[in-house]
Design a protein around this ligand. Structure first.
Ligand code: GAL
Length: 765
């Protein structure tokens, strides 16, 4: 029985031995816990480095065994029971569990205390040199008390060599001779679709054949559960359940195959942080990030750079059909032998804790962007393949022709400068053309872009994403020997009259040189761009305020223009975003230049003051499924002429599916989006993400409107973040949490000139 152990903790900023014995007063806290609020700008390790203490009274069971599990303890944890050290752990990004049984009398209450050292220690990965992100502190994920029988199931690993077969590997501890194992596969509706029995042993492998199994795909990610019961005659001694999916995930020289079908992986890198709360985020916030990636940005892959992330995030990726490339903690630096031994332990924990997630398709077993170290990386690869013979390994490089000991070459392709092809040709990057090449990062520091940068820069930021994503996709479509660009044509055929097809398939008015550059490079398996959102970092990076403005979203997950490159590849809802304010005053000499429209519409028509001006064409320089439209060669205004209102209509099947107006605005209002308004306390408190944007009278973004925004809560909720913020680039946000009480609450948001907004919450516990 796994019980949440998120409540009832006490916290101190000054660890002492007395604290471990339950003496003195301390602050009551709940997990996930962030020791100190992290400022939006100018955050630094000084905000979280320290030796903190957590303690909790835990009642030991009368019979059976008890385990305590902490999902995230940053970064070195020593665990004490009634003042005696019983366990330690040296990774802030993997869970660890330890047995409490025997450390106190059955039925008695003991003090469990954690001495948590969050300082950067060069003996513990990822530390030892510079790092481009903050590492935070605290027991920042969930905690669990697992009460079990004396004989127990210690692990269940399910993998699916084909779409009808599940191989179930069960490990047990202290089972008796006459114990048996009953394995059941349960479908999404709760129906058992397969059963098998075996005598219990230390390690037992069963093979299930499920003929009607529904596959886990990106569009319909069917999930099953494997329930394993340890039986003593007819009595259930122990029972464990793990989710899994029937799917195969294979990388080959020409790309990635999900269930035998080649799929181009398009996505973003993700850190696990938020403003103010650092990385202490409960389930729903983690799920919201996965939802934004899949549903708002249309990504089908995410890389958990540069460490394993929350189970809640991976659960959401499982449920949404979002593929995951996860990796061991580290950033460029490789330490000494002791440090490497810890890396191997980190890989072990990463794989054992995550190998049932169907979403995970690739293990990163090299330190991100580290040099070749064959002796070390032979060991990391061997360990990964031993613990999980089903998944490919990779490792992220920032240089070409590295020794390829993994199954997939992951490359941070930062070659694009805005004026050249988006990607390097595959043969220039990898020493082994027979293995897959995936872009694991691009753009990022090549073009940091703030929400309040001018329109030209923000549009350029978007176009750079479009270029790298486009060229890597194009190479994917053109890599098969008998390639007839069918995949790309299928994609663009949804856009009749699209410029790309004619560009690609006619030689008359186009020498196609740029496309050829990309096409000459055989398949990329995918492109994961840097990165999902802006993040706080160390002083060695960032824009001077220790923030890397590398996101396609801001830190609150509000979209920058570049987000529209991704969103406009979706096919499930119309998207139309214009890359200009259409105000001549924002451009040198009043010349707006080329305006790009990121849209999945079939046609985009432009009107000025309701009079038709022109139809935009798609720009084949960006060979995406939905390349952006470009507006050029038009008279868009002149200094000294009266401004008007521009309207962009996006047509699908002859009808206006999306329409955007642009013009000088004198009125602002608040646009709020909340992840959910029903807060529910299940395993812990619940937190909602509230995104706030100041928009103009046409509903458009206001990058220069830096208004103060106030947040005030009443009722049974709390605010995680300051009561006064600034809409930076017209965007901000906050977090609203439950406080352990059933009830209601209201969040009031106000900004001068932009009015007020009110969001009502209900809380259940
Ligand atoms: C890479 C690195 C990332 C981030 C990115 C910025 O070198 O792997 O963590 O720093 O650059 O573009």
């Amino acid at each position: 029985m796994k019980l949440s152990l998120c409540d009832g903790w006490e916290f101190t900023q000054t660890w002492t031995e007395d604290f471990a014995l339950g003496k003195g007063k301390a602050q009551q806290v709940r997990l996930p816990h962030n020791p100190r609020e992290i400022p939006l700008h100018g955050a630094s390790p000084a905000d979280y480095e320290g030796v903190w203490g957590y303690r909790r009274a835990v009642r030991l069971p009368e019979t059976g065994r008890a385990f305590l599990q902490l999902d995230g303890a940053a970064h070195q944890a020593a665990v004490f029971v009634d003042g005696v050290q019983v366990a330690e752990h040296f990774c802030g990004y993997t869970a660890f569990r330890f047995e409490l049984t025997g450390h106190g009398k059955p039925g008695h209450t003991v003090w469990v205390a954690v001495r948590l050292d969050s300082r950067e220690d060069g003996d513990v990965p990822p530390f030892g040199y510079v790092i481009d992100y903050l590492t935070y502190a605290g027991l920042y994920r969930e905690g669990w008390l697992d009460l079990r029988a004396d004989s127990l199931i210690s692990d269940v690993f399910v993998h699916t060599p084909d779409l009808k077969t599940a191989v179930i590997q069960v490990e047990t501890d202290s089972v008796q001779q006459d114990h048996t194992l009953l394995c059941e596969i349960v479908d999404g509706g709760g129906k058992a679709v397969w059963q098998g029995r075996e005598d219990a042993g230390q390690r037992v492998v069963l093979t299930a054949q499920v003929d009607g199994a529904l596959p886990w795909t990106m569009d319909a990610p069917h999930l099953y559960r494997c329930r394993v019961s340890l039986l003593d005659g007819g009595d259930v001694v122990d029972c464990q359940e793990v989710p899994f999916g029937f799917r195969t995930a294979v990388f080959q020289g020409d790309g990635f195959y999900l269930n035998g079908k080649r799929v181009f992986l398009r996505g973003l890198d993700r850190h696990q942080c938020w403003p103010y709360i650092g990385c202490a985020a409960p389930r729903r916030l983690q799920e919201e990030d996965a939802r934004i990636l899949k549903d708002e940005l249309g990504c089908n892959v995410v890389r958990t750079s540069h460490y394993p992330q929350s189970q809640s995030f991976l659960d959401a990726c499982d449920a949404l059909g979002l593929a995951v490339f996860t990796e061991l903690p580290g950033w460029q630096h490789i330490g000494g032998e002791g440090w490497k031994a810890r890396c191997l332990q980190n890989i072990r924990e990463m794989i054992l804790q995550n190998r049932n997630h169907p979403c995970v398709i690739l293990w990163g077993v090299r330190i991100n962007e580290s040099v070749d170290d064959d002796a070390f990386y032979l060991r990391t690869n061997a360990l990964a393949h031993q613990l999980d013979p089903t998944r490919a390994t990779s490792g992220v490089r920032n240089f070409e022709m590295s020794h390829l000991l993994e199954d997939v070459y992951a490359f941070n392709d930062f070659s694009h400068t805005g004026r050249n092809p988006g990607v390097l040709p595959k043969e220039q990057v990898t020493p082994d053309m027979s293995k897959a090449l995936i872009i694991s990062e691009c753009n990022g520091h090549m073009f940091p872009t703030k929400p309040w940068d001018n329109w030209a820069r923000r549009q350029e930021h978007a176009l750079r994403h479009a270029k790298v994503q486009g060229d890597s996709f194009y190479s994917h479509c053109h890599s098969e020997k008998d390639c007839d660009a069918s995949e790309l044509r299928d994609a663009v055929s949804k856009v009749p009259g699209d410029a790309f097809c004619s560009h690609c398939h006619s030689e008359e008015d186009c020498d196609g040189s740029e496309l050829r550059d990309a096409a000459e490079s055989p398949a990329h398996a995918g492109c994961i761009a840097w990165c999902m959102f802006d993040y706080p970092t160390h002083g060695d990076f960032g824009s001077g305020d220790r923030v890397c403005y590398h996101g396609v979203l801001d830190a609150f997950r509000n979209p920058k223009l570049a987000a529209a490159v991704y969103a406009s590849q979706r096919t499930d809802a119309p998207v139309l975003v214009v890359g200009s304010s259409m105000d001549i005053g924002d451009y040198p000499a009043g010349e707006i230049g080329r305006v790009y429209v990121f849209s999945n519409a079939e046609r985009v028509l432009l009107y000025k003051d309701d009079t038709f001006v022109t139809e935009l064409h798609r720009d084949a320089t960006y060979p995406l499924p939905h390349p952006p439209f470009v507006l050029e060669g038009q008279d868009l205004g002149e200094w000294g002429r009266r401004a008007g209102v521009w309207r962009f209509d996006g047509l699908i099947a002859g009808r206006v599916a999306a329409s955007v107006k642009k013009g000088p605005s004198a009125r602002y209002h608040l646009l709020t989006e909340v992840s959910h308004t029903h807060l529910h306390e299940a395993d812990s408190y619940d937190t909602a993400l509230v995104r706030v944007r100041v928009v103009d009278e046409f509903g458009g973004e206001c990058p220069y409107v830096q208004l103060p925004v106030t947040f005030a809560v009443s009722g049974d909720i709390s605010l995680s973040g300051p009561a006064l913020a600034v809409a930076e680039g017209g965007m901000t946000g906050t977090f609203v949490s439950s406080v352990g009480k059933k009830g209601k609450g209201v969040l009031k948001i106000a900004a001068p000139q932009a009015g007020e907004a009110e969001i009502s919450f209900t809380v259940t516990v």
